[in-house]
Write a protein that binds this ligand. Sequence first.
Ligand SMILES: [Zn+2]
Length: 417
Amino acid sequence: MRLAALLMLLTAGCATPPDVPPTYRFDNGLWFNGRTFASATAYVADGALHFSDDVIAAETVVDLDGGYVVPPYCEGHNHNLGGGADGVEETVQAYLKDGVFYAMMPGSFALYRGLIADKLNNPKSIDVAFANNGLTGSGGHPRALRESVMERFERYPDFTKETLPDKGYFEAETLEQLRGKWALILAERPDFVKVMLYFSEEYEQRKSDPEYYGKRGLNPSFMPELVRLAHDAGLRVAVHVESDADMATALRAGAGADIIAHLPSNDSTARISDETIALVKETNPTLITTLSVAKRKFEKRSPELYADIREAQRENLTRLTDAAANLVVGSDTHWDTSQEEARYLVSLGPLDNRAILKMWTQNCARTVFPERKIGRLAEGYEASFLVLEGDPLADFENTSRIFLRVKDGALLEIENE
Ligand SMILES: [Zn+2]
């Protein structure tokens, strides 16, 4: 029904020269201000949002007909771009259709990132930040995963098991090796850096035991040096963690890791300790949820364990919220765009719709591109937003009832069912 309103765009007389972006006025919208929805007239000029009581001349007037305007959604953790050269258009369309305009890829191949670069980061696509390859210990995660995905699904056709090192992962077992790999990491020009901790409290026991091939990470004592190298280069550090001890190690390293790429309870009943909560308060890292991983792994296979994990997730989320942690929605699930993760968070209970909406928009957008004015509907911010049929604070399902998408100051044309 709302599409009919769109077809009735009132176009005023003055034609725009072809190289100047059109100016829009949006009437009768309810705009999310971080707390609630407030009625406003908004203008879009030169790709930026303006809220003015004075009437600004606009070529095109759009009647939003009481629609609810929210910032675009955002995926804080996925690997569905940068792991190959095929299927990029489909992935991008799935993101745009779900209203997800920004995504973070903590772990990808520099080769594939280069091959698909022209299909991303433009007004008609999504904007993506890549870490390229992650840094780990010898025989550490994600080596075994890369090798098995290559064998089972015939992925990474440009590589063999023998050519994966330094292309699909970086391994360092000494500080000297770490500095050598650091030069390679920088040469690939990542948007941020990814490093693996994997039950670092058992690092010594796991490091040369074949049982733990692919189930170990970087020597935790290297973390302060890695954080220092990254911060000196102006790069943020995102850490893969498995345990509460990993999370504490990451936050204690030098100035502290910037991003924790998973909550420890994403696939276990791990509780976040008082010490780690104190570190979160002290260093204010970004914490990516990826909690629906538990559903994918355990809902059918082990319902009792799944129920216990959900209980741990509720406790952890409640305590992190009480600590004012910067939580961000991220799925770490190939076929998700983060929409399923957001719904999963709703299903857990402790967070209200407003908190999840902020984690999915504002918190996430400024994590993916900290230097950009995105993720909020405020004066001078980039003109990217979604218009919903109904109030998402009253019913979260309304987040997927999108009737208009605007990206970089222009209306996006996406097929609605
Ligand atoms: Zn991941």
